[in-house]
Each structure stands twice: as structure tokens, then as C-alpha cells.
Design a protein around this ligand. Structure first.
Ligand code: EPU
Length: 420
């Protein structure tokens, strides 16, 4: 296992280029199963989760080639059974269910487990598939789904905590080859859903309304191959923006879509950070002392849960009391106990974390628990005095392409070492 050794206290300066969005890439790779023709996806981030999705597609019979940031998939002849052990390891792999059902009218896919950020149910995915005419039984850890015929339907996909991103993607992918019209109400509006709908339309699907709470899918007989460029990763961009502000540096973010993470930029501005667009890049710079923040995570276009841990680190550097309320994943506070090891003063009250910020963090050995928590711990290491060792960084490699190289190019003292 590898760790990062970070010598903190260096403001980040320079330029960083944002990679393609992991959470757009994964469902889009799954969508290639909907056609026997060749699909090409470009601007795919080089991440362990992408490699993993490649293996899952291979396990159902697709030919997958990953070449730099381009993934080519040809799913000529495929089977409806996903490899149990591969699928249960990555939650995102649940989104092969919709494409397998759409193409083969049957699928046997292992149930994804919960994870450290919460229980992560899939009831809404299954509700959507059932509404399209699928019979589903859960057997020995597998979802066994068969649909003699997929028929368009009106489906309400809102849950306790709002819409579901992968659930919307999954139902949309099953519905493109269903007979008739499907309407998804309370659909997720995330840019990754919009990008997936665009890719599906490029494959010949008829989807309208993606990006709004009502998506309409008019079923077609078959889809064909397509060549698509994936959107930039808004969470990677948000993470670098927060890191620039937290280290009191100045970073130019290239290749990001600032309209995709306005909620984060808005909070940064409220905190006293300048966010300026200059020749199609975004320049992030702290403009004086930071001001306390009050952040609530919400479905898009609200503040993303995937940037909650990172903004909390900025709050530890902000004099006064800041509050984070997590409304998407109830237990997504694993980073707090690790931040406490660095001296952060954070109390949890139900879904809220109260951060008393302003005193300098001190380096210590800490452990990454999930992807975004790891990114937060890296930012904490960058602002802490002395040396921080972040263990179990395979979590960060799941979702951030070469984060250490990108940070080093901005002046950070971060090295990757083998854990002892
Ligand atoms: N939910 C249900 N039932 C369901 C599905 C979801 O109750 O059937 C609940 C969840 O428990 C949660 C809420 O609905 O409270 C939203 O979850 P959602 O389904 O939107 O999450 P997801 O689609 O499984 C994706 C991203 C996550 C990101 C969330 C929220 C991918 C591969 N994953 O997960 O990304 O946090 O949307 O934006 O796209 C990450 O990248 O670190 C990550 C965890």
C-alpha cells in the first residue's frame, strides 16, 4: 500500500488542468453495452475506478481498449451476468444493470454493498426497472432481473434525500430501448446525467429534459456506436479551488466548467476568496482573511456532497465558527476524526459539523477512509505545520488522476511512498 508524505505550509501557485469526470465516465462506459457497435469515449481520466469498470465490461464479453485518455468499447456479443466479485467492489458498477436489461432483457448483477459514507440503498434503481416491466428477485447477493418486454412508464425517482444520480442514469439507460415513452420525474439534474443523455442521444436515443427534474425518453429499436468527449470533473476542479484558497495561494484552473460548480465558487467568494475567469481559465486567490461559512450539501445545483470534506478543511483555517450540514449521505463525516488528529476542532451535532477554525493544524499520520475524505486529508496536510503522512491513498487514486503530480507542479511538497 502507498502513502503520501506531505510537508505543509507552502501556498499553491501555478496552473492545473482538470481531467475528465469520473462520475460521467463510469455510467457512459456502462452505456456502451447498449450497442454491438464500437463506441469511443475521450477525455476519460486515468483512474483505478475506470480500469475497474473496463474489467467489468470485459467480464460480460465486451472488448475494451484503454489508450491514454481514450476508451474504446465494442460489446459485440455480451452475456447478462456480471462477475460477482468484480461488481461488488465498486458501487458505480450497479449502472451496468440498466444497459444489460435494455439490450438483453435480462441481467444478473451482484448487489453493491454499503460503504463508509453510508448504507447506499438501490431501492430507487429497482423501482425504476420494475416500472419498466422488469421482474426482479434478490438471490444469494445477486439482483436477478428479467423483462420479457420493456415498456415505457411514468416513474417517480425522488427518495428521502432527493433524486438519485446513478438511479436516474440506470433507468434512463434501460428506457432508451424500451417500447414507448418513459417519463422520469424527480430526476437527478447533475451535469454527469446531462452528459450521459447527450452520449445516449449521439448513439441514437431520444432523450429530452436531461438537466431538469423531468426527463422524457422515447424508446428506439436499436442504438449505434458513437464518439464522445466526456465533461471535465467538477469535483476535481472544486478540490483544487479549495486547496488554492486553503493554502493562501493563487491557482489557475484550466479546462474546468465553472458553471458546473457554481455552488462551491459561491461559497468560496462568501469566504473572501476571489474567483475570476481569465482567458477561459479560472483564477482562484484568497483576498484577505477568510470569513466563516455555512454549507449545506444538496442535490445539484446545490453544494455537492463530494466537496463537503474538502470545504471543511478550509473551515479549519477560517477564524470563527463554520457549519457544514450533510443532507445526502448521513455518515459522510469519517474525515473528522482524522482531522482531529491534526488538531482541528470539529464537533458533530446530528447531520451538522461545527468547525471552530483559525488555529494552525499540525502534521500527523492520518488515514484515508474514502475518496473525497482522502482529498480533504491531502489539503489538510498541505496547510498543516510539519509533516503529515496520509495512509491508504488507494482511495484517492480511485477518483483523482495523478493528484500528487498535479500538486507538485503547483509547488506542494508531496511524495508518494510505499507504506511500511
Ligand atoms: N438513495 C436511495 N435509494 C437509491 C439510491 C440512492 O435512497 O436507490 C439515496 C442515497 O442513499 C443518498 C441519495 O439517495 O442519500 C443520493 O444518492 P445517489 O443515488 O445520488 O448517489 P449515487 O448515484 O450512488 C453518485 C456519485 C457519488 C455522489 C452521489 C451524490 C457516482 C459513481 N457516484 O452516487 O460520488 O456522492 O452521486 O452526488 O457517480 C464520489 O465520487 O466520491 C461519490 C461518492
Amino acid at each position: 500500500m502507498e502513502s503520501f508524505i506531505i510537508k505543509g505550509g507552502v501556498p499553491l501557485h501555478g496552473e492545473v488542468t482538470i481531467s475528465g469526470a469520473k462520475n460521467a465516465a463510469l455510467p457512459m462506459m456502462a452505456a456502451t453495452l447498449l450497442t454491438p457497435e464500437r463506441c469511443v469515449l475521450r477525455h476519460i481520466p486515468n483512474l483505478s475506478d475506470v480500469q475497474f469498470m473496463g474489467q467489468i465490461l470485459t467480464s460480460v464479453g465486451a472488448h475494451v481498449q484503454i489508450d491514454g485518455d481514450t476508451v474504446t468499447v465494442q460489446a459485440g456479443k455480451i452475456k447478462g451476468i456480471g462477475d460477482y466479485n468484480l461488481i461488488r467492489k465498486m458501487r458505480g458498477s450497479i449502472c451496468i444493470l440498466g444497459p444489460l436489461l435494455g439490450r438483453l432483457h435480462k441481467a444478473k448483477v451482484s448487489l453493491p454493498g454499503g460503504c463508509v459514507i453510508g448504507p447506499r440503498p438501490i431501492d430507487l434503481h429497482l423501482k425504476g426497472m420494475r416500472a419498466l416491466g422488469t421482474q426482479i428477485v434478490l438471490q444469494q447477493g445477486y439482483i436477478c432481473a428479467t423483462a420479457p418486454k420493456l415498456l415505457g412508464a411514468e416513474i417517480f425517482l425522488g427518495g428521502r434525500n432527493g433524486p438519485t444520480v446513478l438511479g436516474t442514469a440506470n433507468v434512463m439507460m434501460a428506457a432508451v430501448l424500451a417500447e414507448g415513452v418513459t417519463t422520469i420525474e424527480s430526476a437527478a439534474c447533475e451535469p454527469e446525467v446531462v452528459d450521459l443523455a447527450q452520449f445516449l442521444n449521439e448513439m441514437g436515443a431520444k432523450i429530452t429534459g436531461a438537466g431538469s427534474p423531468t426527463i422524457t425518453v422515447t424508446g428506439v429499436g436499436e442504438l449505434h456506436g458513437a464518439d464522445h468527449v466526456v465533461i471535465p470533473d467538477r469535483i476535481e476542479a472544486a478540490t483544487f479551488a479549495i486547496a488554492a484558497a486553503a493554502t493562501n495561494g493563487q491557482v489557475t484552473i484550466r479546462g474546468a466548467r465553472s458553471d458546473h460548480f457554481q455552488a462551491v465558487l459561491d461559497k468560496l467568494r462568501e469566504a473572501g476568496v476571489t474567483t475570476e475567469t481569465k482567458s477561459s481559465a479560472l483564477v482562484i486567490r484568497r483576498a484577505g482573511e477568510l470569513k466563516p461559512m455555512d454549507v449545506t450539501t444538496l442535490p445539484y445545483a446545490g453544494f455537492p456532497t463530494d466537496a463537503q470534506a474538502q470545504i471543511m478543511v478550509l473551515m479549519t483555517a477560517t477564524p470563527g465558527i463554520s457549519i457544514v450540514t450533510e443532507r445526502i449521505f448521513e455518515s459522510r463525516f469519517m474525515h473528522i476524526s482524522e482531522l482531529a488528529r491534526l488538531g482541528a476542532n470539529i464537533a458533530v451535532e446530528g447531520p451538522s459539523a461545527i468547525v471552530k477554525g483559525g488555529s494552525l493544524l499540525n502534521g500527523a499520520p492520518i488515514m484515508a477512509s474514502d475518496l473525497r475524505a482522502s482529498a480533504a486529508l491531502v489539503i489538510a496536510g498541505l496547510i498543516a505545520a510539519g509533516t503529515t503522512r496520509v495512509n491508504r491513498i488507494y482511495h484517492v487514486d480511485r477518483g483523482y488522476e495523478k493528484i500528487d503530480e498535479k500538486l507538485r507542479a503547483l509547488g506542494a511538497r508531496i511524495t508518494r511512498v510505499q507504506s511500511t
